[in-house]
Design a protein around this ligand. Structure first.
Ligand code: SAH
Ligand code: SF4
Length: 349
């Protein structure tokens, strides 16, 4: 039988497991802190434990939840992408991004995956182009964050943000994703503040209604990309099932319930959705909603021919929205030379 993955346990389950080995109760907490506070990745690092217990841990738990098979760094050195192999040979990618700040602490963000591939089929997304392979377990999601945090710790940096924007649709793996974030948020462990997480969804409407009821402080982003159903359906097939008016109704409910701002993501595609006309329709639909539009010029992928909007067109789009009272920022490309940008992740090396 394969041994369980270290990061798949929540604390109660973990403590029970350690106790079942005949260990005293305090050991569970001690090991948990080694994992989530000290970020120890191997049994040998648990120098506060007897050797016999370290050996037992190595035999009865799988520590190597993710095996790095390729690490790539962008030319500017600010983006690092890791291709990991999972225990069944499937592969995922995780990206760490460094942002210099003129004032205050620099920002280090990890972009994590929730599935191998994705079944949503968005035309311009490399993950969508590869199709759905399987769900990740909560532990496989957690491990991406812990590994990134440990890497940053080793180079004297801190992890400041987690974005659930890598491979996969988090709301199509809702329970495992929320379990993972809860484990990372746990005050007795990694204690990562809820407001420093952002979940991005393609717009699975029933899950947005459900998420609104959870009373969680995570940030929510919605991949909108078009302001009318014909255009949105042509890029995001899920729009046939969950059209824009239903999606925005769920978003309004979320904002009303949580009083939290919602972000809309918009990959600017030249001549497709970067027109003042789209901006105009969008502004009308978002009127009165506590929201922000995050636009990013489309990143290239093999299976889609549209081009990212140039900076002049992007500026016109942003100005058109802002003139109508909708705040909008244009994000810069990141890690494009190593295909680590939004929508470029896949299981390849
Ligand atoms: N499945 C989730 C999260 C992963 S995708 C979602 O779709 O929201 C993260 C973001 O990258 C989404 O906003 C997605 O629409 C966007 N994206 C996908 N392909 C892209 C591309 N080629 N260029 C720019 N953004 C892209
Ligand atoms: Fe899946 Fe998001 Fe890519 Fe669409 S954009 S295929 S939902 S990962």
């Amino acid at each position: 039988m394969k041994t369980p993955l270290l990061y798949d346990f929540d604390f109660t389950e973990f403590a029970a497991r350690i106790k079942s080995w005949g260990e005293p109760k305090y050991r569970g907490k001690q090991i948990w802190e080694g994992i989530y506070k000290n970020l120890w990745l191997k049994p040998d690092e648990f120098s506060n434990l007897p050797k016999s217990l370290r050996e037992k841990m190595g035999e009865l738990l799988t520590f190597d939840v993710l095996k790095p098979v390729q690490i790539q760094e962008s030319k500017d050195g600010d983006t690092q992408k890791t291709l990991y192999e999972l225990h069944d040979g499937q592969k995922i990618e995780t990206v760490v991004m460094h942002y210099e700040r003129e004032e205050g602490q620099d920002r280090n963000t990890v972009c994590i995956s929730t599935q191998v591939g994705c079944g949503m089929g968005c035309k311009f997304c490399a993950t969508g182009q590869m199709g759905f392979k399987r769900q990740l377990s909560s532990g496989e999601i957690v491990a991406q964050v812990i590994y990134a945090a440990r890497h940053l710790q080793d180079i004297g940096e801190n992890l400041t943000n987690v974005v659930v924007m890598g491979m996969g649709e988090p709301f199509h793996n809702y329970d495992e994703t929320l379990k993972a974030l809860a484990r990372l948020n746990d005050a007795d462990g990694f204690a990562f503040g809820a407001r420093r997480f952002t979940i991005s969804t393609v717009g699975l409407v029933p899950m947005i209604w459900k998420f609104a009821e959870e009373n969680l402080q995570y940030n929510l982003a919605i991949s909108l990309h078009a302001a009318d159903d014909d255009l949105r359906s042509s890029m995001l097939p899920i729009n046939d099932k969950h059209p824009i008016n239903k999606l925005l109704e769920a978003c309004r409910h979320y904002v009303d319930t949580t009083h939290r701002q919602i972000t809309f993501e918009w990959a600017l595609i030249e001549g497709v959705n970067d027109t003042p006309e789209q901006a105009f329709i969008l502004a009308r639909k978002l009127k009165g909603l506590l929201c922000h539009v995050n636009a990013i010029p489309l990143n290239p992928t093999r299976g889609y021919h549209g081009r990212g909007a140039g900076s002049d067109r992007a500026k016109i789009f942003k100005d058109a929205l802002e003139e109508q009272g909708i705040s909008c920022s244009i994000r810069a490309h990141r890690g494009i030379d190593i295909q680590a940008g939004c929508g470029q992740l896949a299981s390849r090396n």
